[in-house]
Every structure is written in structure tokens, then in C-alpha cells.
Design a protein around this ligand. Structure first.
Ligand SMILES: C[S@@+](CC[C@H](N)C(=O)[O-])C[C@H]1O[C@@H](n2cnc3c(N)ncnc32)[C@H](O)[C@@H]1O
Length: 189
């Protein structure tokens, strides 16, 4: 798993602009390897955000705490370059207070999930916040593991260009349906 993380993160670094940033989400199974790989490859870690799930599924084994958070690592391609952070937009979104690295965001709504099943579909609100924080309209966003297409939908809504990859043809179909729907009848935030 660590070799795979090193390989795909190296490809992302090759594609990024010197001022570009990357966001990777994960649970304890994978995120520590991702963090180590990012550091090994020369990225600079900017934040680790804890996404606090408002309604996490219970732990059925009863041998662990309920897994209620997921970590999002935000990292810049290079040690020294200046990255984009839309500080004022984040402060505005947080009722005028500096936004913290703990984000309380609920699971995807029934509307977001009506196109078909994906086991780890992200909430649109989570990806929208990421895009608003670290990109501007007209920027190009790449999601190498786009699943049900949440990043693509959020990019369409916020005027970002998008390129994505997905291994599973069924998830691609779900993503295509979602993107078409968003383009046909854009949702306002
Ligand atoms: C965590 S999910 C992404 C979920 C997505 N953010 C969403 O909201 O639906 C990761 C996705 O990566 C896909 N995947 C795994 N290995 C891949 C690979 N080597 N190339 C492209 N996609 C891959 C999986 O099929 C899965 O749909």
C-alpha cells in the first residue's frame, strides 16, 4: 500500500504547478502512509483537517471507539512556493471567525445519493469547502480517484475545470449521471 501511495502521489506532484496544492482524505488505515509519502516526496504539509461526521455508523464489534472523524491532509507541492488560501472566504463562511481545522459536516444527503450507490461517497459540502478554500474559478482540479463524481459536481457548481479518473465502470456511470444533472440544472449554494 505504501509503494502505491508513493507512486500516485509522485504523479500528482509531477502534474501540480509549483504553487499547487493537494488534498487527500483517509482513515487511520491509510492516512499515515499518505502523510509519510507526502513528506518523503518533498511536499510541505499545510494542515491536517479533521472532518467530524455528524452521524457516524456505530462500531459493530464494540471493541473500538466509534470512528467519527476522517483526516484530510492539505499539502503544497513545494517547500517554499506561496500557495493559494482564500482566507477571507473561509472566515466569511464561518460567520466572521477564523476557520479552524475541525470541520463538522454531515454525511451525503439522500439527494446526493440518488444516482446510485458508492460506499465512500463524500458530502458535496466537504468538497465545496476544499475548493473554495484553495482554488479560484477557472482553476483546473484533478481527482485521480473520483468515485461517484463528487469533486466533479462541486467543480461544475463552482466554475472550476475538472479532470478525473476512476477504475470502476459502474461508479463512472453514477458520476456521469450526477455531472449531467448538475450541468442541466445547477444547484445554487
Ligand atoms: C474513496 S473513493 C472516492 C469517493 C469519491 N470522492 C466520491 O465522493 O464518490 C476511491 C475511488 O477510487 C477508485 N480507485 C481505486 N483504485 C484506483 C485506481 N488505481 N485508479 C482509478 N481509480 C481507482 C475506487 O474504485 C473508488 O471509487
Amino acid at each position: 500500500m505504501h509503494e502505491f501511495n508513493l507512486a500516485w502521489l509522485a504523479e500528482c506532484r509531477r502534474l501540480l504547478k509549483p504553487t499547487g496544492t493537494i488534498w487527500v482524505s483517509g482513515t487511520s488505515h491509510n492516512i499515515h502512509s499518505v502523510g509519510y509519502a507526502l513528506q518523503t516526496l518533498g511536499f510541505k504539509i499545510l494542515n491536517d483537517v479533521a472532518w467530524l461526521k455528524t452521524n457516524p455508523p456505530p462500531n459493530l464489534s464494540c471493541r473500538y471507539f466509534t470512528h467519527a472523524t476522517e483526516t484530510l491532509i492539505w499539502a503544497r507541492r513545494d517547500e517554499t512556493a506561496k500557495h493559494k488560501f482564500n482566507y477571507a472566504e473561509m472566515k466569511r463562511a464561518n460567520a466572521g471567525k477564523q476557520m479552524q481545522s475541525l470541520w463538522r459536516i454531515g454525511a451525503p444527503s439522500a439527494r446526493e445519493k440518488r444516482y446510485g450507490k458508492h460506499p465512500t461517497q463524500k458530502p458535496e459540502a466537504l468538497i465545496e469547502r476544499i475548493l473554495l478554500a484553495s482554488t479560484d474559478a477557472g482553476d483546473l482540479v484533478v481527482d485521480p480517484f473520483c468515485g461517484s463524481g463528487t469533486t466533479a459536481v462541486a467543480c461544475a457548481r463552482l466554475g472550476r475545470h475538472f479532470a478525473g479518473f476512476e477504475l470502476d465502470a459502474n461508479y463512472l456511470k453514477v458520476a456521469a449521471k450526477r455531472i449531467k444533472d448538475e450541468l442541466r440544472s445547477p444547484r445554487t449554494r
